[in-house]
Design a protein around this ligand. Structure first.
Ligand code: FEO
Ligand code: CA
Ligand code: CA
Length: 527
């Protein structure tokens, strides 16, 4: 990437001095904002529809099982989205990266039983082909985004893709892993690659019990280990993908946990900071600081103590307590959760997505909920790094927004800033709890939604509901196109808690009697 392109790309990411998302973002710039009508928040809805605030409309861009090339189909349960222009001078054409997080066997492989004991290899293979990620060549023509069908740039990574570890030592005996899975949220690097995060990996190949060396299996699992003996240590990493080539690597230096996302900031000297959360009750927030420009392998991983406002080193050489419990740095990174607790990390309420404000550099962390502790509604935490330096080892932390009936949201998850610095975020009330009288805490919110919090103007700081998701679905992966006039958005797991494939609880997006299909939509209507 030449100097000019690199600068443009950094600005596109909000890393440069100002965003280049040229006018037209919503809510628009101050002048337009005072002119425009007050945004009217949608009411909560339990309808099997994608409902949008006045003035916005959507189209389905691609849905599960659509052919994207001669030998590849769009995967299931799309999550994180990232758009990269093919040419920085043309914002209307590029590559869309899409995560495919997990499968619903009922829809994907036709397997209905509660546990995986009777699943066939053919069914497992179908499921392995439905996770990972998709790379789509997308183009805007006559104001409408479309996938360029059968294009050589359209590719899949899935449960069969061999991916090397970016680490000098083998991981569980191997320098590479087979497959990427549980791909939840992610991030972008300044050099034009994406990071895709392996979150709930234990559902696929289980977890290692490091005391006995045995594989442990969660209560509900996909049973892939019944046919493929891949070690659990090969999953739970941040994976970097070059969307132009499909090349990938798993970054061991960022540690192994239920990574929700990996949010990148480049320092002035070219070194890299990556924030990442471990999405589980009472798990932690991490930050990697590279020691070399552009490196995601050389550097130190830290974990947050939010009570003391300190980033604590997880470097083996620096921490006697780690030396007592683990044999080397590699083991610390593989057993990250244990290491974090040993050095004094603060357990948090499911740290999920992380976004850095393009306006003031504050780091927002969605703390989704912690139901065993009675926290159903969650909050958004604001981290202010000391002296505004992302490589600082001290910070202050305070609650930025709290869920609840007063603010109108519960269980915040994915976030995105638009070009004007307004915060957009989605919510993730689980399909089993949503609209369920047995979980009354969530009844006021109905279906999951998309919200905006205007940065300024007459509605500054208000939480405004801009979209409602179909039944059982969750909006994920909000990502604004470079022109600021399109929001790419995933609609994940519609109809997830259906009792039978013939009687799904959602028919979105096709309606009628159709089975539900997770899809990426494009939302239009920004002036
Ligand atoms: Fe896959 Fe934490 O959401
Ligand atoms: Ca998520
Ligand atoms: Ca979530």
């Amino acid at each position: 990437m030449n100097h000019l392109n690199r600068r443009t790309f950094l600005e596109f990411l909000g890393i440069g001095a100002a965003s280049v998302l040229a006018g037209g973002c919503f809510p628009s710039n101050k002048e337009k904002q005072t002119e425009r009508a007050i945004l009217k928040s949608l009411s909560p809805s339990a309808a099997d529809q994608l409902e949008l605030a006045e003035g916005l409309h959507y189209e389905v861009l691609v849905k599960w099982d659509d052919p994207i090339s001669a030998n590849a189909r769009f995967g299931f349960n799309n999550d994180y989205l990232a758009f990269l222009p093919l040419d920085n001078n043309n914002p209307d054409e590029g590559l869309l990266w899409v995560n495919h997080e997990y499968v619903d066997p009922m829809f994907v492989s036709g397997y209905f039983e509660k546990n995986s004991a009777n699943k066939t290899q053919d069914q497992v293979d179908k499921e392995m082909q439905a996770v990972g990620g998709s790379i789509l060549h997308v183009k805007k023509t006559n104001g409408r985004w479309r996938v360029v069908k059968n294009d050589a740039l359209n590719r899949r990574l899935d449960g069969f893709t061999e991916i090397p570890f970016n680490w000098p030592e083998p991981i569980a005996g191997s320098l590479s892993a087979i497959g990427t899975l549980a791909n939840c949220a992610g991030g972008m690097t300044p050099w034009g690659t994406i990071l895709t995060c392996e979150e709930n990996y234990d559902l696929f190949y289980g977890e290692r019990d490091f005391a006995t060396g045995n594989r442990t299996i969660p209560e509900k699992d996909y049973g892939w280990y019944r046919f493929y003996d891949y070690p659990p240590e090969h999953y739970g990493w941040v994976v970097e993908v070059n969307p132009k080539t499909g090349e990938a690597k798993k970054h061991v230096a960022l540690g192994r946990c239920a990574h929700e996302c990996a949010t990148v900031k480049q320092l002035r000297n070219g070194r890299i900071v990556v924030y990442t959360g471990d999405d589980s009750n009472d798990e932690c927030l991490y930050k990697f600081i590279s020691s070399q420009p552009g490196s995601l392998s050389e550097g130190t991983l830290y974990v947050a103590n939010t009570a003391q406002g300190k980033w604590i080193s997880l470097k083996y050489e620096d921490q006697p307590v780690l030396q007592q419990h683990f044999k080397n740095q590699t083991e610390v990174l593989i057993r990250l959760r244990e290491a974090a607790k040993l050095v004094g990390a603060t357990p948090l309420d499911r740290p999920e997505d992380i976004e850095i404000s393009p306006v003031n550099g504050e780091v927002l962390v969605a703390l989704t909920n912690n139901i065993p502790k009675g926290n159903y509604v969650g909050s958004i935490l604001k981290i202010t790094e000391k002296d505004g330096r992302h490589d600082a080892l001290e910070f202050s932390a305070e609650t930025y927004l709290t869920g609840g009936e007063e603010t109108g949201f519960a269980s915040p998850d994915n976030m995105a800033f638009d070009g004007d610095g307004n915060l957009w975020f989605t919510c993730d009330v689980s399909g089993s709890s949503m609209n369920n009288p047995e979980v009354p805490e969530y009844l006021p919110y109905k279906n999951n939604s998309l919200f905006v919090v205007p940065k300024d103007g007459p509605q500054k700081g208000e939480v405004i509901r801009m979209a409602n998701a179909p039944v059982n679905a969750e909006f994920t992966g909000p990502f604004f196109a470079p022109d600021g006039k399109t929001l790419f958005l995933s609609v994940q797991h519609p109809g997830e808690y259906s009792d039978h494939v013939e009687q799904p609880k959602s028919h979105w997006p096709e309606g009628g009697g159709a089975m539900p299909r997770p899809s990426v939509v494009v939302i239009y209507g920004w002036s």
